[in-house]
Design a protein around this ligand. Structure first.
Ligand code: GLU
Length: 384
């Protein structure tokens, strides 16, 4: 088993041309909420060493709000958005300066990218982010990404940096996402109880994995194990791998990339999805829902078919042609997502009808399918 695990780690690491490292606030902060300079310095050195192996490297760093709380002399994390945003504004400047100082000593620069969820939803912005990162990889630079907390309100929030890191990983070619936290990985029980052990390898994703996350929301960060597992699911669903490990271990990145059994490795499920499908499946928020009959679910989830109007049993929401829809079964469980060829009023008109009836219903046949297979992504393995 151990040999198998190491062989799988070796294969995953050899295939990783891009390493996206996500580091949490708790890894970077001392107990008094000030930045732990020694740890930040060690991280910068590890990122630099990773670049020297010829890989592309991106850091998604939390810690801005945490650092800002310390710098502003607040005695605890504020509850209201304006104070959190003020802390982020002060803390982010400090955080990036510290990274830049550390990287400068190694002949590198820090490049700051502050993103909101909108930057991933809009195709044009998404491509801009990708192009900027690809260009930065040409230089002795480590791109350092954080959420643009000072402008992020509910609608444009990622929620946590684990999700942001997953979306960044899905944007790049041949990625490995390494999430550095203050926990050794996924435990098979409550990490606080003796006898609970780290699961070294997760090869098959199933819903019971999510339930293994004990709700451990930390004082400073926002994520906890649950959001890390959601991030792992987002990345493994598109066929790429994720490692969750303790960021306080000395040379943790070097050891992971050397293939050591550290933390939990979540192996990518199936063949990697092309970039266009990653964007459809995981970056855009759905604008409506179509309920499908079991035959249609099987056709799209198991047989790789397009969605035809005949399989649609319900339509929810108002949407335009080209917008993203969630495809659910009668119980409301999502199986796939895709870009619709028809707006909501047309879909309501043709739902449950055969493709041959479409010209009579719509005046002309625009498309035989409501969602073409090229614009459709299966997001959940069908149980049938
Ligand atoms: N963006 C936040 C910060 O820099 C962190 C969010 C999170 O911990 O997930 O402080």
């Amino acid at each position: 088993m151990q040999t198998d695990e190491l062989a799988i780690r070796k294969r995953v690491i050899e295939g990783a041309r891009t390493v996206v490292v996500k580091v949490g606030t708790n890894v970077l902060s001392r107990d008094d909420d000030t930045l732990d300079d020694a740890r930040l310095d060690a991280l910068a050195q590890q990122l630099h060493a990773l670049r020297q192996t010829g890989r592309r490297v991106v850091l998604v760093s939390s810690g801005a709000i945490g650092a800002g709380i310390g710098l502003l002399g607040l005695d605890r994390r504020p509850d209201d958005l304006p104070h959190l945003q003020a802390a982020a504004a002060v803390g982010q400047a400090h955080l990036i300066r510290r990274y830049d100082d550390c990287l400068n000593r190694l002949g590198f620069h820090a490049a700051q990218l502050l993103l909101t969820a909108n930057d991933f939803r809009h195709r044009g912005r998404y491509l801009n982010v990708r192009n900027t990162l690809r260009t930065l990889f040409e230089f002795p630079v480590i791109p350092i990404i954080n959420e643009n907390d000072t402008v992020s309100v509910k609608e444009i929030q990622f929620g946590d940096n684990d999700r942001l890191a997953a979306l960044v990983a899905n944007l790049l070619d041949d990625p490995l996402l390494v999430i550095l936290s203050v926990i050794d990985g996924l435990y098979d029980g409550d990490p606080a109880l003796p006898g609970s052990r780290v699961v070294p390898l997760v090869t098959d994703w199933n819903e019971s994995i999510l339930s293994m996350a004990v709700a451990t929301r930390s004082r400073r960060g926002t994520g906890g194990m649950h959001s890390k597992l959601e991030a792992a699911r987002t990345v493994t669903s598109v066929g790429e791998s994720v490692i969750i490990a303790d960021g306080r271990h000395p040379n943790v990145l070097g050891r992971i990339l050397a293939g050591e059994s550290l933390g939990t490795l979540f192996v990518g499920q199936g063949e990697p999805l092309p970039a266009w499908k990653r964007w459809i499946g995981y970056s855009v928020a759905p604008r409506g829902r179509l309920e499908l009959d079991p035959g249609a679910i099987r056709a799209i989830a198991c047989r790789g078919r397009s969605l035809l109007p005949i399989g649609i049993t319900g339509v929810q929401g108002d949407f335009h042609k080209g917008e993203l829809l969630s495809l659910v079964d009668a119980a409301g469980v999502e199986h796939a997502r895709g870009l619709t060829n028809y707006n909501s009023s047309d879909v309501r008109r043709i739902a449950g009808r055969r493709s041959e009836e479409l010209p009579a219903l719509l005046g002309q046949l625009k498309y035989p399918e409501v969602i073409h297979v090229d614009n459709l992504v299966v997001t959940r393995a069908a149980s049938t």
